[in-house]
Design a protein around this ligand. Structure first.
Ligand code: DGJ
Length: 742
């Protein structure tokens, strides 16, 4: 890892473990992009990579130079001087002009990595883990300073970037857009991979060829959203899971974002990512600064799986914080799908008792324990225990659950208020709204205006009172609606368009306060499932409820898609009842567990209604997950067969860091009569390793498993050669290997 500035050539060469990122300051003062990809010798002069000369029709930008910004790869392109593509930022001055131009002023190279003020970001624990570069650019006329930050890490093939805009003038500057980063590629020979979805259908992957013009995904909902996740991936068309060049951009942010590319008339590609400029404006007063979120950029020359593993590692080790970063996550039982709002202390204790018998470790009381909440139409904001359901109070219930030998977790939805609540009656202007307009409700609720200090303080006080006085080990932090009628009674007219970002900054501030105050609590983020599953939230809460859809078949796509960027340790998956509550499908208990165990494994069903046989099976599942928990939560994940290709077969596996243990899974959605003979090739094992299939005497070579593969089970007569049953629809099989020739 290194960052070198070559004074003669005016070039920066950033090197992470196996990658290079090279920039040049040209004589006009513009900071241009030369290269990002596989490591290149830092001594080489890469300046000739710039496109030479002008094409017919180009406007000349600087009188002394024979270039137009329109075809020049730039690091943080401005608007208004011969570049007709989408800019990385845009400002509006008091004279009404929106044109600007950034020129190099200075730079600083230093060890380590600074925190981003008020925003989540990757971090170092020791300054020797990373080097950082700060390049200072300035628009002379506007007196706008832009600081571009770059960090390269010793142990991660990652470059992080962000930008800070500072008003050094004596007048107001309005920021109309400020992306976190832009990268200009020389060609457009790429596929664009993004995710799309909806509530209960999160993170379905899409892949399509780039074409001239703009292609993008975004959120305008006030949350990163279930509709699109805040990342984009550019992959060469020949890219598979295992080979080919891939560029990933993942935004560490939980609010409105835009991630997209523009292919220009010369088939050059500009990628941009950051806060969504739509409906955004930020008033920057003299002396003030605006910090953009961080983008984590990954280059892999070994396909998508390698890219994912790089993201998994850095997010697991240097984004997530706190004691749960390195600790096993508890196996919990959540009462939501078991009881919904209809419970009392007795019912909860029955479920908890059963959970303890089955080996579970933590009981979570979900929605409905507070105010007067018997359905979703009331009480959000009134965080006081409902004595009609819990007559002895929360503390008494917690003590009883603890007495059973289980830890206790509690659900909150702190960002919301029900119009039917004491809080709303007292403070009707504390929600996001536009004066004089109707307030659209979703799930009968409104969003509290977290841009306001008094609102944040009040909510924090209510939460803190409960968390300080009750033995709570886990908090599920839910958020169940998106923003409409975006306005704040606490902001002046000129700052109204700042609200969605100020909201997220307020949320982050609250989460940081709670994290510091309650370091022992495991926080799980949730937004009707994966409506805000993003790296920003992972900085404060190490795991996320991935989807409200708990159906094993649906989960194959959701978990597979989520794994493109996020580690298994951040993904939560629950075994639930059948018929499934979202899609009414009946899948075997084994399959439900085999899918959920490739994540933070848990249960969400009425354990008291299980048959003895089911209880025995669950006992075994829990015992087994405890055995593989470390491997699943810390190992390297490999995708083997995609549910997005063909739909019927999915396979994935996890290999321990030392490659001495591996667990692979194959899932078949529908049974096939007389299927073709197929093999599943495993990955990531030791070539010369001899692996034993656990609980059997069967030995396999690592090379054999990777290059020849395993025969896949067939489902016709339902019985495999080894006697295992693989019968009917929705089947799964697990193979667990351990190395014997250590
Ligand atoms: C949405 C969450 O995703 C569910 O798991 C559950 O907590 C409900 N909210 C409760 O209202």
């Amino acid at each position: 890892m290194s960052i070198k500035f070559n004074q003669e050539r005016n070039t920066f060469h950033l090197q992470a473990k196996d990658i290079s990122y090279v920039m040049e300051i040209v004589s006009t003062g513009h900071l241009l992009h030369l290269y990002w990809g596989k490591k290149i010798n830092t001594e080489l002069d890469l300046r000739s990579l710039l496109p030479a000369g002008l094409r017919k029709g180009h406007l000349k930008s600087e009188k002394a130079n024979n270039f137009s910004l329109d075809n020049i790869p730039q690091e943080y392109p401005a608007y208004g001087h011969t570049d007709f593509r989408q800019p990385a930022y845009q400002i509006k001055l008091e004279d009404g002009s929106t044109v600007s131009n950034l020129k190099y002023i200075s730079h600083q190279i230093k060890k380590g990595k600074d925190k981003l003020e008020g925003l989540p970001a990757t971090y170092v624990e020791d300054d020797n883990e990373a080097d950082s570069l700060l390049v200072v650019l300035s628009d002379e006329k506007a007196k706008l300073k832009v600081e571009l930050s770059y960090t390269v890490f010793k142990d991660y093939n990652v470059i992080t970037r962000s930008a800070r805009l500072i008003n050094e003038s004596k007048k107001n500057i309005n920021i109309k857009r400020a992306f976190s980063a832009g990268v200009d590629f020389a060609d457009f020979n790429f596929d664009l991979i993004t995710s799309s979805g909806h509530w209960s259908r999160e993170n379905h992957l899409n892949r399509r060829r780039l074409f001239p013009g703009i292609q993008s995904v975004e959120s305008t909902r006030g949350a990163s959203s279930a509709q699109h996740n805040p990342f984009l991936v550019l992959a060469r068309p020949d890219v598979t899971e295992d080979q080919g060049e891939v560029y990933g951009f993942s935004l560490v942010y939980s609010g409105n974002f835009w991630a997209g590319v523009q292919v220009n008339t010369f088939e050059q590609t500009r990628a941009l990512i950051g806060i969504n400029p739509f409906d955004f404006n930020w008033l920057l007063k003299p002396g003030e600064g605006f910090q953009t979120p961080e983008v984590v950029m990954v280059y892999s020359d070994q396909g998508l799986n390698k890219m994912s593993q790089i993201y998994h590692k850095i997010y697991r080790e240097r984004l997530v914080r706190g004691r749960y970063r390195d600790q096993n996550r508890p196996i919990l039982v959540n009462n939501w799908e078991a009881t919904y709002f209809d419970f009392d202390e007795e019912k909860l204790l029955e479920i908890a008792k059963e959970g303890k018998k089955l080996g579970l470790e933590l009981f979570v009381l979900d929605d409905g324990w507070f105010g007067n909440r018997n359905d979703d139409t009331s009480s959000l904001g009134d965080w006081f225990v409902d004595r009609s359901k819990l007559p002895n109070g929360l503390d008494s219930l917690v003590k009883k659950i603890n007495g059973l030998g289980l830890r206790f977790g509690l659900w909150f939805e702190p960002e919301m208020v029900s119009p039917e609540s004491k809080l709303y009656k007292k403070h009707p202007d504390w929600c996001i709204h536009v004066k004089g307009r109707s307030r659209s409700q979703a799930r009968s609720q409104l969003i509290l205006d977290l841009s306001r200090r008094e609102v944040r303080e009040r909510i924090l006080k209510m939460l803190t009172d409960i968390l300080e006085n009750t033995n709570i080990s886990y908090v599920k932090w839910d958020m169940n609606r998106n923003m409409t009628e975006i306005g704040s009674a606490g902001l002046s007219a000129e700052r109204q368009r700042e609200l969605p970002h100020r909201y997220i900054l307020g949320l982050y501030e609250m989460l940081e306060t709670l994290r510091i105050k309650f370091p022992e609590i495991l926080f799980e983020s949730c937004a009707s499932g994966g409506g805000r599953f993003d790296p920003g939230m992972l900085y404060y809460m190490p795991q996320t409820w991935t989807s409200d859809n708990t159906d094993a078949v649906e989960r194959l796509k959701i978990q597979y898609g989520t794994s493109l960027i996020y580690p298994l340790s951040s993904i939560c998956a629950h075994v639930s009842a059948v018929p499934n509550h979202q899609v009414s499908r009946i899948t075997p208990l084994k399959t439900r567990a085999d899918v959920a165990c490739f994540a933070n494994f848990a249960y969400e069903l009425d354990l008291t209604k299980l048959s003895d046989q089911e209880k025995e099976e669950i006992k075994m599942q829990v015992r087994y997950y405890k055995e593989i928990r470390q491997l699943i939560q810390q190992g390297n994940f490999y995708r083997l067969l995609s549910p997005f290709e063909g739909n019927n077969d999915t396979a994935w596996m996890v290999v321990s860091k030392n490659r001495e243990e591996a667990i692979a899974a194959f899932y078949k959605v529908l049974a096939e009569p007389n299927p073709s003979y197929r093999r599943l090739k495993l990955k990531g094992l030791k070539e010369d390793g001899i692996y034993r299939l656990k609980n059997s005497k069967k030995l396999y070579g690592g090379d054999e498993l990777m290059y020849a593969g395993l025969n896949l089970p067939h489902g016709f007569n339902g019985v495999q050669e080894d006697g295992t049953i693989f019968k009917g629809d929705f089947q799964s099989i697990l193979w667990h290997f351990e190395l014997v020739n250590r």
